[in-house]
Design a protein around this ligand. Structure first.
Ligand code: DX5
Ligand code: ZN
Length: 224
């Protein structure tokens, strides 16, 4: 099943609540929350207090993408604030197995993320414990960057491994997903589509979400 997860990074933070609700009215079924620490990535965003406020205005699952060093230190606080799904970067975790189990111990779905330069092979020992794998299709840190097409083969590879090993994880893509790239990522196997600029960067988030989901669903139908 294809789902759209708008990234609030490109929203107007002074109108965050109404923009999230608008995206939901367009069919978005997950809200993607980008957490940056100025160390793992060269940018800063938000922390648990904003998540706590968001939790009050939407029932949609909140998908927290942790782009931070030492994520173990912050996982409990984000879980407490109301996050439902949490993903950590393979590149940021010295003890990835332990960190994924920490996320699960807080009753959140656990995801692992790989940067464009990180191969899928680095995940072989955790694919059986994650609920989802997030393939970055831009280098993390900023919204509205250009999609990197060489990341598509990793979505295909993850779909193939899942089938071969009889696993259950879902495949998420993040970065540069827009009307001109959405069909490619869906055909490659992505099922959860993060989109920031394409939903909140211009115009009406409701209409933008509807248009993206329509294009994604059409591409999924062509696939079978
Ligand atoms: C980038 C973030 C993304 C970003 C996507 O570091 O992880 O979630 O908001 O934005 P777009 O869709 O504009 O590339
Ligand atoms: Zn993200």
């Amino acid at each position: 099943m294809i789902e759209l997860a708008p990234s609030i990074l490109s929203a107007d933070f002074a109108r965050l609540g109404e923009q999230v609700i608008a995206a939901g009215q367009g069919g978005a079924s997950i809200i993607h929350v980008d957490i940056m620490d100025g160390h793992f990535v060269p940018n800063l965003t938000i922390g648990p207090p904003v998540v706590k406020s968001l939790r009050k205005i939407t029932k949609l699952p909140l998908d927290c993408h942790l782009m931070i060093e030492n994520p173990d230190e912050f996982i409990p606080a984000f879980a407490e604030a109301g996050i439902d799904w949490m993903s950590v970067h393979q590149e940021a975790c010295r003890h990835l197995n332990r960190t994924l189990h920490l996320i699960k111990s807080h009753d959140c779905l656990a995801g692992v993320v790989i940067n464009p330069a990180t191969p899928v092979d680095t995940l072989s020992e955790v694919l059986d414990i994650v609920d989802y794998v997030l393939v970055m299709s831009v280098n993390p840190g900023f919204g509205a960057q250009k999609f990197i097409p060489s990341t598509l083969h990793k979505m295909r590879q993850l779909a193939e491994i899942r089938q071969r090993r009889g696993l259950q994880y879902r495949i998420e893509v993040d970065g540069g997903v827009a009307l001109d790239t959405v069909a490619d990522v869906v055909r490659a196997g992505a099922e959860i589509l993060v989109a920031g600029n394409a939903v909140f960067g211009h115009g009406d988030p409701t209409k933008n979400a509807e248009a993206l989901l329509k294009a994604a669903t059409e591409a999924a139908l062509q696939k079978v």
